[in-house]
Write a new protein. Structure first.
Length: 760
């Protein structure tokens, strides 16, 4: 279910059918789903300005292509789940309205497009614009079966991409026309009505030509024409068409029976006008109209209808819900009017059939159908993710490792430690700090202090700060690390998670394994001594794995410490035991769930087994990692697709594809490089490179999560966009993976140019 939706089109008080439709649709959705965030982006026609309601958030200037570009950017950073476009060629700028493509190409979120016009014989420009709109849209809505058929047969749109949702109608009572006639001075009259924006293709002259014959049989007939001249016609021709209709009525001697209401009426007035009509007439002159909002409203009000056989009319008036007459045939119009006025029983039966048919198309039902379509679009994007067009064609240099950039690491760190979350690229002070992230940061800076590529910078000061945070987090009474610290330096818990304790041991082991700084080594060793034994009481497999990684680092410095050897072996044997107990032919894993930091379980088992000469551990670790990689590629897909955190994966259920997290790519890089180091099998190196390229844009959306400008990493991959916040966990995951890749390239190659070739 989307939570924030933007509608693009026109909006009242602009005078056009799309504006009325967009206003009615947004009103209906807001009424039916009051908790849904909804706003509208209208297009202003040249030299105009409107006093829009509060729901209108941003305006587009019709002939200013840059305003479409800005609107696309606005929608991307404004947190929208979905965009619904109302498409009509005449309301957007450029040839055949192609400026709207500038906006749509930039969108990251799902797009649903309602087509108000589908041409059977489009010109080249019209065809190109509609083809690209269809390509960019997740779903297409049409308001008639005929339009759906045109999309399939003329434009080759797959049927499964099309939703047919009829034009919404007000939920009006089935009322007697005489109830409203006194409002317009037509009491005692038989009222014929045509309403909508006036233009020469509306065929109103044919009804006026039919009046003399109608009046021969029915002296009390009055024909009401309600609506202003279409703004486009008014700009180019003025009131020529209306004046011509008035002259025609005078020439035929029927001017006293023709009433022009030259107003753009509000919805309440429109319902009263329609309510007063005995017969509603749409005498359009061309068949190429796939939707008529005025006709839909007339049926919704239970009117007897006479219409020419344009596409939408033939569909709506089937089943004796109205009468169809030939185009430009005033004699046929006259005959149909006389027949209906003469036989009240036929007229009222027709009214009832029309009214009952329209009950399924009230605006409430339309709003529900639109939301269901929006849900299908979002689910479809989750199951079949695709990049925005602007990302698809963006150049991505994924054959080179990026240079190390510590800018965001420095930005996120203050005198206390590294802050947990970010608001885009700014530290989010209100969320405070975690021991988890300061442990990760300590691991990264210890690697930096030993990297030949970053030797020109001194990260020892940062290492001291992160290690001091771990000392602050440790509670000597409980022997456990606390995890969450507020920005005001108040601990929010007495005991942190087992995972945060395991990560702290991992960080301390990293210090002991790599530093030549005596102060750091002594401080880390003292804290490791106090915090390591309690890991044997943990029940979390991930806490076991993190602790094993830390203990192995410790043992690189002190290989003869039998206590720590026994701790490591005990935890590794626990991992092996749960793996053997859980694994099956189809599910080669440690648990019945694939959750977070998955690859670290395999990595810890491989590392412990290799260090203790336990071949079964190594085999189990490699087997589980190989199976995990298959799960992260989804069959034949070459792109790395980590298990999503929005639901994870279960042995007996579906796998969540989103939200994809940097921590998974980082763990996969480390684990695969370890497997390659042990086996020298090219598969593992290829998989490590594939997982790393996920950061650079080789992912479901073809969007880079790493930001080379800031040096930060975005927080995750959603079905339609990236999470633009650059938090500590994500940034540290990228930096850790980058350092792993750089270290491998340095140690495995004599080349000074760090190439990361794409496997063929």
């Amino acid at each position: 279910m989307p939570t924030r939706i933007a509608l693009i089109g026109n909006h009242l008080p602009r005078q056009c059918g799309i504006a009325t439709f967009t206003a009615d649709l947004s009103d209906a959705i807001a009424s039916e789903y009051p908790d849904l965030g909804l706003f509208v982006i209208p297009v202003n026609d040249p030299d105009s300005a409107y006093q829009y309601p509060a729901r209108v958030r941003l305006e587009i200037t019709q002939e200013d292509e840059s305003s479409y570009e800005r609107a696309g950017d606005f929608l991307n950073f404004n947190g929208n789940d979905l965009v619904c476009l109302q498409h009509e060629y005449g309301i957007y700028g450029g040839a055949a309205g192609r400026y709207i493509l500038t906006l749509l190409r930039r969108l990251k979120m799902p797009l649903v497009t309602t087509l108000h016009t589908v041409l059977r014989e489009p010109d080249r420009e019209q065809r190109e614009v509609l083809d690209e709109i269809v390509f960019l849209s997740d779903r297409i809505i049409v308001m008639s079966e005929y339009a759906a058929g045109l999309l399939r047969d003329v434009y080759d749109v797959p049927a499964e991409k099309i939703d047919m949702i009829p034009h919404g109608v007000p939920d009006l009572p089935f009322s007697d026309p005489n109830y409203f006639k006194d409002l317009f001075g037509t009491e005692g009259k038989q009222v014929l009505l045509t309403f909508g924006l006036l233009s020469p293709n509306k065929g109103i002259e044919n009804v006026i030509r039919a009046l003399p014959r109608i009046l021969e049989e029915n002296k009390d007939v009055v024909y009401v024409v309600c609506g202003v001249t279409h703004p486009h016609v008014l700009r180019s021709e003025g009131e020529r068409y209306r004046s011509g209709l008035q002259r025609l009525a005078e020439d035929l001697g029927v001017s006293s029976h023709v009433v022009f209401h030259n107003r753009f009426v509000n919805p309440e007035e429109l319902f009263e006008h329609v309510g007063s009509a005995d017969i509603y007439i749409t005498p359009y002159r061309q068949e190429a109209q796939v939707v008529s909002g005025t006709l839909a409203i007339a049926l919704g009000a239970g009117k007897a209808v006479i219409s020419t056989p344009y596409w939408h009319a033939k569909e709506l008036l089937a089943g004796d819900r109205g009468i169809l007459v030939p185009f430009d045939n005033h004699e046929a119009i006259a005959g149909a009017v006389i027949g209906l006025l003469h036989d009240g029983a036929i007229r009222h039966a027709m009214r009832k059939r029309a009214y009952l048919y329209s009950r399924g198309t009230t605006w409430q039902k339309t709003a529900q159908a639109y939301i269901a379509c929006f849900q299908r679009a979002r689910i479809g994007r989750m199951l079949r993710p695709r990049p925005a067009l602007s990302d698809l064609f963006a150049a991505k240099a994924m054959d080179l490792l990026p240079e190390f950039n510590s800018g965001h690491l420095q930005t996120m760190t203050d005198d206390t430690g590294i802050l947990q979350h970010a608001i885009f690229t700014l530290p989010n002070y209100s969320e405070g700090y975690t021991t988890d992230d300061n442990a990760r940061a300590l691991i990264v800076t210890m690697r930096l202090n030993n990297s030949p590529l970053t030797s020109c910078e001194d990260y020892v000061a940062l290492s001291r700060r992160y290690l001091a945070f771990l000392w602050l987090a440790f509670n000597e009474k409980s022997g456990r690390f606390r995890n969450f610290l507020s920005y005001g330096r108040e601990w929010l818990e007495d005991v942190g998670s087992e995972d945060s304790h395991g990560r702290s041991l991992w960080a301390l082991g990293s210090v002991l394994a790599s530093t030549g700084d005596t102060g750091l080594r002594l401080a880390a060793g003292r804290l490791f001594e106090a915090a390591s034994a309690i890991a044997l009481s943990f029940t979390s497999p991930r806490a076991w794995a993190f602790s094993i990684l830390g203990m192995q680092g410790y043992l690189e410095k002190f290989p003869g410490d039998r206590y720590v050897q026994s701790y490591r072996n005990e935890l590794a044997n626990r991992l092996l035991t749960i793996y053997e107990a859980t694994r099956s032919k189809e599910w080669l894993w440690f648990e019945k769930t694939l959750a977070y930091s998955n690859a670290r379980l395999s990595q810890a088992l491989i590392l412990a087994g290799d260090s203790s000469d336990n071949q079964r551990m190594v085999e189990a670790g490699l087997e589980s990692l190989r199976w995990l990689l298959a799960e992260q590629h989804r069959g034949d897909e070459a792109t790395f697709v980590p298990i999503g955190s929005r639901g994870f994966a279960f042995a007996a259920g579906m796998k969540a594809r989103f939200d994809q997290q940097p921590i998974e790519a980082c763990g996969t890089v480390s684990s695969c490089l370890l497997a390659y180091g042990i086996t020298q099998q090219q598969q593992w190196l290829d998989e490590a490179r594939s997982a790393f390229r996920w950061f650079l844009g080789e992912n479901d959306l073809q969007i880079a999560l790493y930001d080379p400008i800031t040096g930060g990493c975005r927080d995750g991959l959603h079905p339609d966009r990236v999470n633009e916040n650059q938090g500590a966990e994500s940034t540290l995951s990228f930096l850790m993976a980058l350092l792993d890749m750089q270290n491998f390239e340095i140690t495995s190659s004599t080349h000074t140019h760090l190439e990361m070739s794409v496997p063929r």
